[in-house]
Design a protein around this ligand. Sequence first.
Ligand code: KIV
Ligand code: ZN
Length: 512
Amino acid sequence: MTEKLIIFDTTLRDGEQSPGASMTRDEKLRIARQLERLKVDVIEAGFAASSNGDFECVKAIAEVVKDSIICSLARANDRDISRAAEALKPANSGRLHLFLATSPLHMEKKLRMTPDQVFEQAKLSVRFARNLMADIEFSPEDAYRSDPDFLCRVIEAVISEGATTINVPDTVGYAIPELYGNFIKNLRERIPNSDKAIWSVHCHNDLGMAVANSLAGVKIGGARQVECTINGLGERAGNCSLEEVVMAVKTRKDYFDLDVGIDTQHILAASRLVSQTTGFVVQPNKAVVGANAFAHASGIHQDGVLKARDTYEIMRAEDVGWSANKIVMGKLSGRNAFKLRLQELGIAMESEADINNAFIKFKDLADRKSEIFDEDILALVSDESVTHDNEQYGFVSLSQHSETGERPQARVVFTVDGKEVKSESDGNGPVDASLKAIESHVKSGAEMVLYSVNAISGSTESQGEVTVRLQNSGRVVNGVGADPDIVVASAKAYLSALNKLQSKADRVAAQG
Ligand code: KIV
Ligand code: ZN
């Protein structure tokens, strides 16, 4: 029988550690539901002990997602572990994921602990966790830069204490595929009880090799779990990308000979949802989910694909959710058709009121834009004003005047805690004037560290999707806004970033 490769998604934990990618509870719930639709085996829903907000998110996901194992990260101490176990109580199947650094550098400089102390703590923490839950994953953080002899000692001990999954993180993305694969193979061969646990890979992308390293860990090392994120989201250069690793194993089944349970038709919707929620735009030439991933520009290629698609295509676009950019809806579409399309796109709204709210926005958009694509619907439901009536700032309207040779002027109407305010400013351009108008009232003092505009569906008729990244007192957030008018989209993105700055609680960050 073919063995299974377990897909462990950490978009909501490691992915969220990217600067500005922090998500609200509702956003995390929406992504978790999409991951469940994808049939991800394990969802790492957060790091429950890092903040009350994270605790609530893990708990909320454990309450609603029933088909995937729900996991919480925890440092290897009793308090973190108890907190994680508490958050996971509502889960059908829960997993505690304990981590403790084992590399000389991390032990000495970060933990200020001796190897013997780390060994003891690893052992005792797994013993403690095992009394609370049966499914225990242990990660020796920075494993790839750890001394293999010491690592063997620690891993053998934690397996004896009941760890059921052993993860081997390349925390800083330093590994090379062949070396990483052999590193895991060697550990498995040397540790007497290694067959009592499932081995897992967790690779960061600092040298652009996270997917290659993960696959080598599977092929050479015999790992049977891959930790990954949608779009490769993650700190610094990111994590191993779920869509790439899954499609590699599926497309090259002849080589890997492993089964993957992922329902790949939901990949694109998951990619768009994560990109629109976090403001991390997917590059056009990104494998599997980039806008050009299945586009053939050269005449020779187009001709070949028309004659026989496998001349230049190794995967079918439909298999990962591409639907040839078809027009899905228009102004005559009714509420039921809209609701059905939301379901098909994997968007589960919390209440009928949210659906009504989204439908009103949809009608409004359809009045201004004759063709509505899936991308428009995804952008619309990511728009905070659809699902978040309780945000501090909300967009109402905007007017601006710009003319060659004149300094642009803008007037923005928005709500602050439900009360409408009007604010005006000039600026270098209409976008600058609009954002200055908002800032002159709000006085957040935040620094803008990124502004980007992207056409959602490729033509000038398209909605513009704007990402604004703000930084204030060491906190970084991304706001996203979409509208056919890019000045309005910019104002929405700015207000969304202000809301996130407002709500982002300080938390303890996991390393890596
Ligand atoms: O990269 C890493 O080491 C991690 C661990 C916390 C698993 O994310
Ligand atoms: Zn990591």
